[in-house]
Design a protein around this ligand. Structure first.
Ligand code: NAD
Ligand code: ZN
Length: 320
């Protein structure tokens, strides 16, 4: 049998299984040998009429993006000295949520964080490898990543819907008007001018409409601004999906976990449930790679570091 029932997830209801609507007992982890799964994945992709990529934080992580550990100590040590390590200052993601005393301090850290996680980040070799294997297919990317790595790797912006915002743009903190503003040049100026973790007061950006403070254009609450470009990407995404739902569409899920599973993970499962010709290829590690058994051969979850699984799938595709 290709699948085996997951032994660690019993019939108990957890938050994750409650959210997903798929009974926990229906989730299965792989049973077949790794090489066999890679073969099947390559075949699934070769056979596809079109591919919808769904990328989460795990894709950037597998490609080499670092957020915590010694990387954070080296890059953000000056902020650890000021604020202590505490629960926030050990990781870029959590550091962003620090309750800064004022805007000068907030942008002191955020300008560096936004540059490090966004404009200055380049972990694209793995993304390029994947894109090279799918070059002849209609392709679209739904992503919760804000770091533009697929775009940097050459995927045209018109084929990307990044739902959670961008590390390169800012918006009104009140969300008073539906516009976002490019800010990499501001971040670079702030980064250069920072002293003791703070930027000069005259550099603090203000909303051109209401005068309030500005914020990153990242979805942290309901004030997140979905601007014209966001809505245009949403429209293109909808058109792609509608145009491909009746074809052999493969949903290739890349490192999507349970932080925001309602954006990619659960909708992908729903699409497979409702459309016979749609298939799911889920790349993740550990239990994140489980797929509903009821999908049979239409779903495959590969439990392996994507730096390896993606490379192996692409190599196998090219060998054929
Ligand atoms: N790069 C970014 O832009 C970034 C980074 C962190 C968080 N975020 C934000 O936070 C939220 C995160 O949600 P999410 O569901 O994407 O993340 P998540 O943290 O819930 O899940 C990441 C998943 O990737 C898997 N993974 C990690 N490393 C892997 C590897 N090497 N190989 C295979 N799988 C691997 C993990 O098992 C996990 O299931 C998003 O909504 C996003 O907006 C964005
Ligand atoms: Zn405003």
């Amino acid at each position: 049998m290709f699948f085996r029932k997951s032994t660690t997830k019993s019939t108990a209801i957890s938050f994750e299984t409650f959210l997903s609507g798929t009974p926990a007992r229906d989730y299965v982890l792989r049973d077949a040998p790794y090489a066999e799964q890679i073969e099947r994945a390559a075949e699934m992709l070769r056979d596809a009429d079109s591919v919808l990529l769904g990328a989460g934080a795990g894709m950037s992580a597998a490609a080499g993006a670092q957020y915590g550990g010694t990387f954070f100590e080296e890059q953000f040590g000056e902020f650890q000295k000021i604020y202590g390590k505490g629960p926030y200052m050990q990781d870029m993601y959590y550091a962003g949520f620090y309750p800064f005393p004022d805007q000068e301090a907030k942008w002191g850290l955020w300008s560096k964080l936004a540059l490090t996680a966004g404009a200055n980040l380049d972990v694209t070799p793995l993304h390029r490898t994947l894109l090279s294997a799918l070059a002849d297919k209609p392709l679209f990317l739904l992503s919760t990543n804000a770091d533009h790595q697929f775009e940097k790797a050459g995927l045209p912006a018109q084929q990307i819907f990044a739902t959670q915002g961008s590390y390169t743009r800012i918006q009104c903190s009140r969300g008073c008007h539906p516009k976002t503003y490019p800010a990499v040049h501001l971040f670079r100026e702030m980064d250069a001018a920072r002293q003791n973790g703070r930027i000069p007061s005259d550099m603090v950006p203000k909303c051109p409409v209401c005068g309030a403070d500005m914020a990153m254009n990242l979805r942290v609450d309901n004030r997140f601004v979905e601007d014209a470009a966001w809505h245009e990407a949403e429209r293109r995404f909808g058109a792609f999906l509608l145009g491909n739902l009746d074809r052999k569409l493969v949903l290739l899920e890349l490192g999507v976990g349970f932080n925001t599973p309602t954006i990619i993970r659960f909708p992908f499962e729903k699409l497979v449930r409702e459309h016979e010709n749609v298939r799911l290829l889920r790349l993740n590690v550990g239990e994140g790679a489980a797929v509903p058994a009821s999908f049979g051969n239409r779903a495959l979850g590969i439990d392996a570091d994507m730096a390896k699984s993606i490379t192996d799938i692409v190599r196998t595709m090219n060998e054929a």
